[in-house]
Design a protein around this ligand. Structure first.
Ligand code: IPE
Ligand code: IPE
Ligand code: MG
Length: 242
């Protein structure tokens, strides 16, 4: 158990959905004179620990930003290495999760992804589809704007065929990749960058934001606990008065 009794966390107020922009792998590697790929490798180890920590805390949804629609602009070797790591991650996912009650869901545009990754995604999603402990959502070739474009196109189709007559917030939410998933309560970005970089731009409209200077490979369950503690000290008003 990663969280001992002395933890100051209020276990009654754990965020239901935590979203993380895992940033800083490249800088972590550079600081050590290593290749960026080594940074991504280390980042993938961090991810395993954080998934476990969220599971132990009883978080219901964890969404991580693994590869953005803009990340294709990186050098080909780095993109290839990231795809390889993601493939390995998916391949080993069940063994790593050691029978834990974790459901894996992948969001993003799959059309541009290599075939071997798409079949691994399908396999893992199917294999874990009956789990209901932690929903672990991996954003892969994900872009918030592209997601909204896809939703708008789907809605246009519905209108053309007379399937809907009214467009409202609920309908748009239902046409996003994240349909059925509650909005993030807490959104964390590591590495000191203060921006969303096209991550969950519709869904995060009322998320509590937490920016950490720690580079992703150095991020530990203790840092996660700090972020949750900060969240627990906040008052969410959603535009109202309290
Ligand atoms: C985040 O780390 C991982 C991905 C974007 C895939 P970066 O690779 O962006 O690391 P920095 O920001 O260059 O340090
Ligand atoms: C966001 O990080 C994407 C992921 C973490 C997958 P980036 O490193 O790509 O974002 P920018 O370029 O600094 O905004
Ligand atoms: Mg970065």
């Amino acid at each position: 158990m990663l969280f001992k009794k002395q933890s100051k966390l209020d276990m009654e107020n754990i965020p239901e959905h935590i979203a993380i922009i895992m940033d800083g792998n490249g800088r972590w590697a550079k600081k050590r004179g290593l290749s960026r790929s080594m940074g991504h490798r280390e980042g993938s180890r961090t991810l395993k620990k954080i998934v476990e920590a969220c599971y132990d805390l009883g978080v219901k949804y964890l969404t991580v930003y693994a590869f953005s629609t803009e990340n294709w602009s990186r050098p080909k070797e780095e993109v290839d290495e990231l795809m390889k790591l993601l493939y390995e991650y998916l391949q080993n996912a069940e063994r790593e999760l050691k029978g834990k009650n974790v459901r894996i869901i992948v969001i993003g545009d799959r059309k541009k992804l290599p075939d071997n990754i798409v079949s691994e995604i399908n396999r893992v999603e199917e294999k874990t589809s009956h789990n209901h402990g932690l929903n672990f959502i991996i954003a892969l070739n994900y872009g918030g704007r592209q997601e909204i474009v896809d939703a708008v196109n789907a809605i246009a189709e519905d209108i053309r065929y007379g399937r809907i007559t009214e467009i409202n917030e609920e309908l748009i939410s239902q046409r996003l990749y994240t349909r059925g998933i509650p909005d993030p309560d807490l959104l964390i970005r590591t590495s000191g960058e203060l921006r969303l970089s096209n991550f969950l731009i519709w869904q995060s409209s009322y998320s509590e934001l937490f920016f950490s200077d720690v580079l992703w490979p150095d991020f530990t369950p203790k840092h996660l606990e700090e972020a949750i503690l900060s969240y627990q000290g906040r008052q969410r008003r959603f535009g109202g008065v309290k």
